[in-house]
Design a protein around this ligand. Structure first.
Ligand code: HEM
Length: 154
């Protein structure tokens, strides 16, 4: 297995972990906010796990983007919709989503009241989830891979 295949496979599987972590954090934060629950250790752990997965994904993505991906480092024309997608839409949308996840955690830590903590996590994480879902779904990558999606959309 070459370096790109390894990075791409890790990036692909880590996407599923991110989706599960997003559900976990969103469920806990909305029910904590609406149900006026205490902000407990598990809430902090859930958001920390999501942050670590998101940063790992960012790192795996950046290495592919600048060094190994044929879509972003090769001479493929920008008129190709997959090249446009990875060079522009995927990177910008995903970086924005990671920033939102990071901001949500930072503001949650600064907030004093449990209700405020749940609210910050809920709003920022939900916004990030909407962006991630939209960016992946537009190319059939929410649950699919490049191999299955290319066959459908090209
Ligand atoms: C939450 C964040 C992200 C998610 C969920 C995500 C998800 C995905 C998925 C599902 C694929 C297709 C993998 C496959 O074919 O099986 C992919 C490919 C790719 N991603 Fe991401 N990604 C994220 C962030 C990023 C970031 C921030 C970058 C760049 C800085 C990036 C760069 C790439 C590149 C270059 C490819 C294509 C690699 C290739 O096949 O040549 N990703 N991503």
């Amino acid at each position: 297995m070459d370096l790109h295949t390894l990075l791409n496979t890790l990036h692909s599987y880590n996407r599923y972990l991110i989706i599960v972590a997003l559900f976990w954090v969103i469920f806990r934060s909305w029910s904590g906010w609406m149900g006026k629950k205490q902000y407990v250790k598990t809430d902090n752990t859930a958001s920390l796990v999501l942050l670590i997965l998101a940063h790992t994904q960012l790192l795996l993505g950046l290495i592919q983007y600048f060094f190994t991906s044929a879509y972003t480092t090769g001479g493929m024309p920008i008129s190709d919709s997959w090249v446009r997608y990875f060079k522009m839409e995927h990177i910008s949308g995903m970086i924005l989503a990671v920033i939102l996840i990071q901001l949500g955690r930072t503001f949650t830590k600064k907030a004093q009241l449990p209700e405020q903590k749940h609210k910050k996590t809920a709003l920022y994480t939900t916004a990030a989830a909407i962006i991630i879902t939209a960016i992946l779904a537009m190319k059939g990558l929410f649950l699919g891979t490049l191999a299955t999606a290319s066959a459908v959309t090209q």
